[in-house]
Design a binder for this molecule. Structure first.
Ligand SMILES: NC(=O)c1ccc[n+]([C@@H]2O[C@H](COP(=O)([O-])OP(=O)(O)OC[C@H]3O[C@@H](n4cnc5c(N)ncnc54)[C@H](O)[C@@H]3O)[C@@H](O)[C@H]2O)c1
Ligand SMILES: [Zn+2]
Length: 345
């Protein structure tokens, strides 16, 4: 859970390994904004800090190789520990690099974005984008520990804050009407961290409960994929076209379209969509897309890891708030109808 004593939490981890075996992975932004908070306790030489360029377009095998090479060049062993100091990009990529390095070294996630704090840093999914597929290569490998401190989030840009809020909304939608009212009752334009503390804790509880009950995603964990089939296609398409969309924005749009699909297939109440729409108009903005993009998006969804057949697209939908229906096979026509609806909003 959230720690109010970051220094103590860090000291507890480094007490377990020799100082020269502690490594930190940062991106350009967390190097500037977050590393100083970690260094207050760790005082590591910069030779133990590996910096990678920020942005999901760099979540590639080439960047993983840079991390592996850095670890080899600086004497890391299987008994070393890697601190992933950053958002989901750093924890996904660093978690993968660490858990494959010399058959696996320990890693600790120190999330610095709201999205990573409530989602990406938890649950042990690691990986990188490959062959045009979001997180196309990866493995399940749990972090040794997650150190969650709100101190890091003080420098988070508003856009990244909104990105994390979208995943909180997802946790609420798959959980219960009570959680949904709580999250919708918070104004994400305020970035009030104190008020947010309770909501973060609730979101972490929801994610951890689901992951603990289905660590390898054979059942209930698929509920976390709500909004992500269409969301991942939108996100990958934005990477391919060079206008990278934050993960949470793509998930927000994906959830709207998948709520629409839930409505036409399962009778999900349209009023819930109406409750969420002010967020689109006030904060996220309408997604833009051309007819050519629609076909490309459907093509990307056919490559989604969740599919079990080449003929249909596998989605997690909602019968009602808190009532998920996993493994819903949808046709291209249904998905295109949902995309048409989304882009006409
Ligand atoms: N493993 C999982 O279960 C899981 C779940 C959700 C998302 N993800 C992955 O997470 C990634 C998205 O994560 P994200 O939204 O955290 O994005 P991110 O890691 O790319 O961070 C967003 C931006 O904020 C900057 N930043 C991070 N912390 C900052 C801080 N404290 N102050 C100022 N700037 C800061 C980063 O440098 C980056 O530019 C995607 O790759 C997605 O696939 C993984
Ligand atoms: Zn996500």
């Amino acid at each position: 859970m959230i720690t109010h004593d970051l220094d103590l939490a860090l000291r507890e981890v480094v007490a377990m390994v020799p100082r020269e075996q502690v490594f930190v992975l940062v991106d350009d932004n967390t190097l500037t904004h977050c590393l100083p908070l970690l260094q207050r306790t760790l005082f590591l030489p910069l030779s133990q800090v590996c910096t990678i360029p920020c942005g999901d377009e760099n979540k590639t095998l080439a960047t993983v190789e840079k991390v592996w090479q850095f670890l080899f060049d600086h004497g890391a062993t299987r008994h070393s520990v890697l601190f992933n100091l950053g958002g989901g990009y750093v924890s996904d990529l660093g978690g993968f690099a660490a858990s494959t390095f010399k058959r696996g070294m320990k890693y600790v996630n120190v999330p610095t974005t709201l999205l990573a704090a409530i989602d990406a840093a938890l649950g042990g999914k690691t990986g990188f984008n490959y062959y045009g597929i979001k997180n196309g290569i990866g493995l399940f490998a749990k972090p040794e520990r997650v150190i969650l401190s709100l101190e890091f989030m003080k420098t988070l840009p508003a856009k990244e804050f909104l990105s994390g809020y979208a995943e909180m909304l997802k946790h609420a939608l798959i959980s219960s009407p009570l959680e949904l009212n709580r999250v919708l009752g918070y104004d994400p334009g305020k970035t009030d961290l104190e008020e947010l503390e309770f909501l973060i804790e609730r979101s972490v509880v929801i994610k951890n409960y689901i992951v603990e009950n289905d660590p390898t995603e054979t059942g209930i964990r698929k509920s976390l994929n709500f909004g992500h089939t269409i969301g991942h296609a939108l996100e990958q398409h934005s990477i391919d076209t060079g206008e990278v969309m934050p993960h949470g924005y793509a998930v927000f749009y994906g959830m709207l379209a998948e709520m629409y699909l839930s409505h036409i297939r399962l009778g999900f109440k349209k009023e819930v969509i109406t409750q969420c729409l002010p967020l689109l108009y006030e904060y996220y903005g309408r997604p833009v897309c051309s007819c050519k993009d629609l076909q490309q998006l459907v093509l990307l969804m056919h490559h989604d890891k969740k599919n079990t057949s080449t003929h249909s697209i596998n989605l997690t939908l909602l019968q009602a708030v808190g009532n998920c229906r996993i493994d819903q096979e949808c046709s291209d026509t249904e998905v295109l109808e949902a995309l048409d609806w989304l882009f006409a909003l």
